[in-house]
Structures are given as structure tokens and as C-alpha cells.
Ligand binder design. Structure first.
Ligand code: GLA
Length: 730
């Protein structure tokens, strides 16, 4: 790994031998984006000249409008007709900025982004480009970090107000990459509640295209991540550029194809409704963006991103460990439970080899429905006569761990907290306080609110002696306003809100380093890299139907590893879709995430309980492979009737293949599935049949999907699945 500055070509080259990123200074002043992609040995000065159409010496902004140039930090107000990365209103009202290079640093490690979650650890080197607007004195630092063990380059931007007066930021994005053509397919993850992160692919066309959110969270509707695929790139081959934002608030991910057919990609805090006042001497850090190039197709990009998440994003002590198999009472009881019911359920679960019992919503205040008590984090003694302490003690006595649901960012109008502090919620003066799920959102920009939340939640976690927390967030934010910020600064509130959430999450998670935290937002409404920095797993979706989950988890895996995806076996008919899928398939699909159950196990038949016991033994045995193996997508549910994926251990000695067929096909021959990621020179034994195959054979000819005893596939039922456990033999 190296970051070098070539004085002659006035260019910077970041490379690790697999990936290169090149920046050049036109006329020694203007940072241009020259290249990002497959590793180069270097870059000649001539390339930079042809980019600007003039030699470095003769380059002049008057001759070559910025509009024609790929830039590293475009700004508004200069001769660039496209939106820039940074927008300001200077003291004199001007929005024009002409940033010029004034110096750079190349140093080991990476800078701390004030209060923001960010990647960390390992052998890293950072290039900082120092830029300045010569007229106003406003300074900008661009950070580029490379890690020795990763193909991800991280970027972020710091704005320093050295103008001597106030400045208002109107746009402060994290990354801009100007591609010189638009010959790419854009892949985004788009969805809705219970349909999170569906894979959407479209060719780039002239104009703007992209995704974003404006409601205070990354959201169900879109993920702050996207990819550009080179023409003909597939799962296995071709260049793919992945982008992910380490941020959980309102965001923008946009690609603009301009008049010359060039594609400007931008990622960062949502500029719509955003302003930020920077007083003289203050600075603003934009969140970090992860840029991941792979020449090995979409699959290669995903595997690089997964490794990066495991090694440099997750911070919890559970980041690279097995996770407990959990059972959550939500779909089993909803709000209708008491201690006896819960303990009976836990006892039964324990007998089946389940490790952790999670008490979901409804344990506090007087919450019998979703219409009250958020904020009143004290035990409902009607349901739990011994309080959380009593229940937890009984669960622990069974030899199980105890977990708890909380929704710390919320307040119910019907709560003691609201009656005492009606000003603590986000609201716009005297305007209507718009409720959603009959709740309001706490103003996390306020220090007093944050302190209350930290103390109330920590007290509950201590009382309950908890081992696991599910941190929920069940509504979007509307009618932005805060009693502690003057109205003209309400444009800051969305960012201040999420910075407040990060502060609270940081304080609580560091106070409980031995607790496993899972984030959640009405299912997967805040599934992003920012959350992963605090909580190593996130509930993927409230839709627990195995067929739907195939799509959700398949697309989520484009950017996130299995170890981040909460996935549970639930009851049939499924509560969201009414669909009936076999237990075997529900389990096979849930094994692509952090495995658990979400149903009343006491209602299961003896056969089902026995099946679950066996499933749990299996998960306990191969969980490392399931969560941390290299992940290969084999068949896409977006393209046909089948979904297939596999994980392969790093030493390629073990693999687990999962194949799910949605609808039964009459009169079909056994399906042939080409595997991936194995060692072609190794032989692998199919643990179910004992048959040994060559790795080369399995990847080139394929594996014939059949029943263990060799009979034809069970084609007469919908939603069948097969799992093939392969172990290398001498
Ligand atoms: C959200 C979560 C569910 C459950 C409920 C409880 O919808 O996604 O899993 O915890 O809240 O109210």
C-alpha cells in the first residue's frame, strides 16, 4: 500500500497493487479526478494534459471551464454548470468558491471525524489535500485513506471557517467521483417497510438519477449505498464501483450524467433542507464514504466490502465472534404477555438449544398497545411482578441469556415523560405535532434529552442484567424544529439529531461492552454503515416470510455481510404475507443472517421441535462459516424462480450452499447449480451423501440438486430448499 506524490506530474497516486486512485493538480492548483479502478503502475504527465487539454503550465480556468473537467471537490459558483460537493453562503452573501490547493500531508493512520462513526484500525495511510478559497479564506481538507488489507478507499471532507466571519454551509457532501463516461449500470437498493432493499438496476441516462432520504433516517425506501457496473460486468467478472456512506441520517446518493456524457457521482448528507452555521474558527466534518472497486464483478465488490465491514467498521467485541441463537417474543405474543408466559416460552426454547431470550416491546410504563409509554423506561409490574430484574433472573436461571427491546429516541404523548417535558420532542413551534405510530421523536440535539435517555436506558439495562439489546426506531421525522435552536438554524436539526443519536449510542454501548446490540427501525429502516459502527447486527425487515427474505437478504448482501443481518424463523402462515413455507426453508434462509426465532415454540408439534433442535445444533456447529465465510451469490431471486448463495471458509476447506426454489416446477429434471469460490484442486465431501466431488467439477460442471438419498427432487411443493455442506478431504 502506498500513497505517493509525483512532483513532476503534480499527481497523487493511491494504490495497494489491486486498486489505484489518481488525483492531479491542474496548474498546480485545481485537484482533478484522473482515475479510479484497476491498479496502475503510475500515471504519466501527458495523461493529465490530455485530460485538461492543456499542459500543466498552460492550464487556465479561463480557457478550460471546470464544467469539462472531472474534479475532486467541485463547488458552486465557478464555471461548472453541475451541482458541487460543497455549497456555502459567505459573509458577503456570495456563494462562489474557487478552491485551490495549498498543500498536502501523507501520514499513517487516519483523522478522527468529530463525533461521527467511521472506519478504524489496521495499517492505514491518509492523504490530506488542503484547499483554500483565496478570496474568503475558507479552508477545506479532503481526506483519502487506504488500508493495507482492503480495496476500500475512504473519503471525507472537513470545512474550516478561516474567513473571520460567519459562513453558512448549504451542502457538505462526503465524496464526489467524476467518471468520464456514463457507460455504467446503476444499482441501488430501494424499498418500503416490509420490502426493504430490493435490488434495482438501470442504465445511466442523461440527467439526475439516484436515491436519498429527507426524513431523518437512512430509511426503508433507499439505502445510502449504490454501485456502478461496467458494461458486461456480472457477479463474477468486470469492474464494479461500490459506494457506501457511513451515516444514518437523511442522505443523498446521486449520479448526474452531464452534457458531455460524463457521470458525476455524489454521496453525502441530504442537502435538501440542510444548512449549517459555521462561526469563525469552527469546522464541520462530513461523514465518511467508503469507495470500493473490484475487477471481480459485483460478487468481488461485495466480498471486499464485507471484509472491510468486519475488519474496519464493526467495533463491538462480537464483531468477529459467534452470535447467540435467539428467540424473540414479538410475533409470539405482541403486547399480550406476562412473566409466566414468557418464562414458559423461554423454558421450551432452552430445551431446543436456543441461547438467548429477547423480551420485545411492551414491558414498560402501561404499554398494552403502541399508543403509550415510550420514554417511561420503568417496569410494568402488572406484567412483570418481579420487574425486569425478576424476569431476567428467571431466564438466567434456565441457563439462557436475557435480551431487551428499547426504543430510546421516542416519546409517547401519553407518557409521564411527555407530561413533564412537552418541549422535549421535535416540533416546529406552535404547529401541529404530527404523530406516527402514535408517537413523537425526542429532540436528540438537546444535551438534557440525551442525558435523560442515557441514564434511563442504562438503568433498565442494569436492572435487567441484560446480555443483548434490540434498539428500535419506529417512525420518520417530520415538522422539524427544536426549542433549543433558533428557527433560522432548524436546517441543522436533521444532522444534529443523528449526531445526538450517535452520542447516546456511543455512551450506552461503551458502558456495556459485553452486551450484544442489534439496531432496528421498524424492521430495516436504518440499515447502514453508520449504525454498524455501534451495533454489529441490524434487524433486516419486519417481513419474516422466507420467500420475501430471499430477496431482501440477497440484495442486502451486496454491501453488508451475513453477520450484520438479523434473520429469524417465524410462524406459518406468515404474519406479513400469509404464506406457508416449510420450516426447513425458513431455517435455511434465516441461516444467511444472525439466526433466531420469532414465534411461540410451545405451539410447535413434537416433530417440529425435534427438527429445531437439530437445526440449532447445526447452526452452533457451522456458525463461523455462515457468518464470516466468503459470500458468493449464485442465483438471483430478481431473475428467476430460484435463489442460491454459498459461504466458503477463508482456507477453502468448508462451504455451505443454500438453494431455494420458489414455485414447484412439474416435469423437471434435477437442477444443476454451478458453485463458486472453492479450491479447484481440492476434493469436497458432501456431508449428507458422503459423495466426494472435485472443486473444479463443482464450479464448472455444477452440483446436481437432489435429495440426500439420491431420489429425484421434491418438486411437488412450493418453497423447497436444499443445503449442501461441503468439507474438503485429502
Ligand atoms: C418494530 C420492530 C419489530 C418490533 C416492533 C415492536 O416494528 O421492527 O420487530 O420490535 O417494532 O413495537
Amino acid at each position: 500500500m502506498s500513497i505517493t506524490y509525483n512532483q513532476e506530474a503534480r499527481s497523487f497516486h493511491l494504490t495497494n497493487g489491486r486498486v489505484s486512485y489518481v488525483i492531479a493538480l491542474a496548474a498546480g492548483k485545481y485537484p482533478l479526478h484522473v482515475y479510479w479502478g484497476r491498479a496502475l503502475r503510475g500515471i504519466t504527465e501527458d495523461l493529465v494534459s490530455t485530460l485538461t487539454m492543456y499542459s500543466n503550465e498552460n492550464f487556465s480556468l479561463n480557457e478550460t471551464p471546470l464544467d469539462r473537467l472531472p474534479q475532486e471537490c467541485p463547488t458552486c459558483g465557478m464555471a461548472d454548470l453541475r451541482e458541487g460537493m460543497l455549497g456555502v453562503r459567505l459573509g458577503d452573501g456570495s456563494t462562489a468558491l474557487a478552491l485551490e490547493y495549498v498543500g498536502h500531508d501523507i501520514a499513517d493512520g487516519k483523522p478522527d471525524l468529530c463525533g461521527l462513526p467511521a472506519s478504524h484500525g489496521g495499517n492505514a495511510q491518509t492523504l490530506t489535500l488542503h484547499l483554500k478559497d483565496m478570496y474568503s479564506g475558507l479552508c477545506v481538507d479532503l481526506f483519502y485513506t487506504m488500508f493495507a488489507d482492503s480495496d476500500v478507499i475512504t473519503r471525507s471532507m472537513r470545512v474550516i471557517n478561516a474567513t473571520g466571519g460567519d459562513v453558512t454551509l448549504t451542502r457538505a457532501l462526503s465524496a464526489c467521483v467524476d467518471f468520464q463516461t456514463h457507460d455504467y449500470t446503476l444499482l441501488t437498493l430501494s424499498g418500503a417497510w416490509a420490502r426493504e432493499r430490493e435490488m434495482v438496476k438501470r442504465p445511466l441516462v442523461y440527467g439526475h438519477q439516484g436515491v436519498g432520504s429527507v426524513h431523518g433516517a437512512s430509511g426503508h425506501q433507499a439505502s445510502p449505498a449504490f454501485a456502478l457496473l461496467e458494461p458486461n460486468a456480472t457477479e463474477d467478472i468486470g469492474g464494479v464501483y461500490g459506494f457506501a456512506l457511513c451515516y444514518s441520517g437523511s442522505f443523498m446518493a446521486d449520479v448526474l450524467v452531464d452534457q458531455f456524457g460524463a457521470a458525476r457521482t455524489q454521496l453525502g448528507i441530504q442537502p435538501y433542507d440542510f444548512t449549517w452555521k459555521l462561526a469563525a474558527g469552527e469546522r464541520f466534518d462530513a461523514p465518511e464514504a467508503f469507495l470500493c472497486f473490484s475487477a471481480e464483478g459485483l460478487g468481488g465488490m461485495s466480498r471486499s466490502m464485507h471484509a472491510f465491514v468486519h475488519n474496519h467498521v464493526l467495533r463491538s467485541k462480537f464483531a468477529n465472534t459467534n452470535r447467540p441463537i435467539l428467540i424473540n417474543n414479538w410475533e409470539a405474543t405482541y403486547f399480550n404477555f406476562n412473566e409466566d408466559k414468557l418464562v414458559a416460552m423461554a423454558k421450551c426454547a432452552k430445551q431446543m438449544g436456543i441461547d438467548l431470550f429477547v423480551l420485545d416491546d411492551g414491558w414498560f410504563g402501561h404499554r398494552d398497545l403502541d399508543n403509550s409509554s415510550l420514554g417511561d423506561w420503568y417496569d410494568d409490574m402488572r406484567k412483570l411482578p418481579g420487574g425486569l430484574a425478576g424476569l431476567s433472573q428467571k431466564i438466567h436461571a434456565l441457563g439462557m441469556k436475557f435480551g431487551l427491546w428499547v426504543e430510546p429516541e421516542m416519546i409517547s404523548p401519553d407518557s409521564d415523560l411527555y407530561r413533564a417535558h412537552p418541549d422535549w420532542c421535535i416540533h416546529a413551534g406552535e404547529r401541529m405535532r404530527v404523530e406516527a405510530r402514535r408517537q413523537l421523536v425526542l429532540d436528540m440535539s438537546r444535551a438534557d434529552v440525551r442525558d435523560y435517555v442515557v441514564e434511563a436506558i442504562c438503568a433498565a439495562l442494569e436492572r435487567g442484567n441484560v446480555d443483548y439489546v434490540k434498539w428500535d426506531m419506529n417512525r420518520n421525522i417530520t415538522m422539524w424544529g427544536s426549542e433549543q435552536l433558533p428557527g433560522e438554524r432548524w436546517g441543522e436539526l436533521a444532522h444534529r439529531y443523528i449526531m445526538g443519536v450517535y452520542d447516546v449510542m456511543g455512551r450506552i454501548t461503551s458502558r456495556f461492552p459485553n452486551v450484544l446490540f442489534e439496531s432496528c427501525a421498524g424492521g430495516g429502516g436504518r440499515f447502514d454503515m453508520g449504525m454498524m459502527c455501534y451495533m454489529p447486527q441490524a434487524w433486516c425487515s419486519d417481513d419474516t416470510d422466507a420467500h420475501e427474505r430471499c430477496k431482501i437478504q440477497y440484495a442486502t448482501s451486496v454491501f453488508f455481510p451475513c453477520s450484520c443481518m438479523g434473520a429469524h424463523v417465524s410462524a406459518v402462515p406468515n404474519h406479513q404475507t400469509g404464506r406457508k413455507t416449510p420450516l426447513k426453508t425458513r431455517a435455511a434462509v434465516a441461516m444467511a443472517g444472525t439466526y433466531g426465532y420469532e414465534l411461540d415454540v410451545q405451539k410447535l408439534s413434537a416433530e417440529e421441535r425435534a427438527e429445531i433442535r437439530e437445526l440449532n445444533k447445526r447452526v452452533h456447529k457451522i456458525q463461523k462459516l455462515l457468518l464470516y465465510g466468503d459470500f458468493y451469490r449464485l442465483r438471483s431471486p430478481y431473475e428467476g424462480n430460484e435463489t442460491a448463495w454459498m459461504t466458503v471458509s477463508a482456507n477453502k476447506k468448508e462451504a455451505l450452499v443454500t438453494f431455494v426454489q420458489a414455485l414447484a416446477k412439474p416435469n423437471s429434471i434435477p437442477m444443476l447449480l454451478k458453485l463458486a469460490g472453492l479450491d479447484p484442486k481440492k476434493n469436497y465431501r458432501d456431508e449428507a451423501t458422503g459423495i466426494v466431488y472435485g472443486g473444479d467439477e463443482l464450479m464448472n460442471y455444477g452440483y446436481r440438486i437432489k435429495e440426500p438419498k439420491g431420489e429425484a427432487v421434491e418438486a411437488k411443493h412450493d418453497f423447497q430448499s436444499w443445503q449442501i455442506h461441503l468439507v474438503a478431504v485429502k
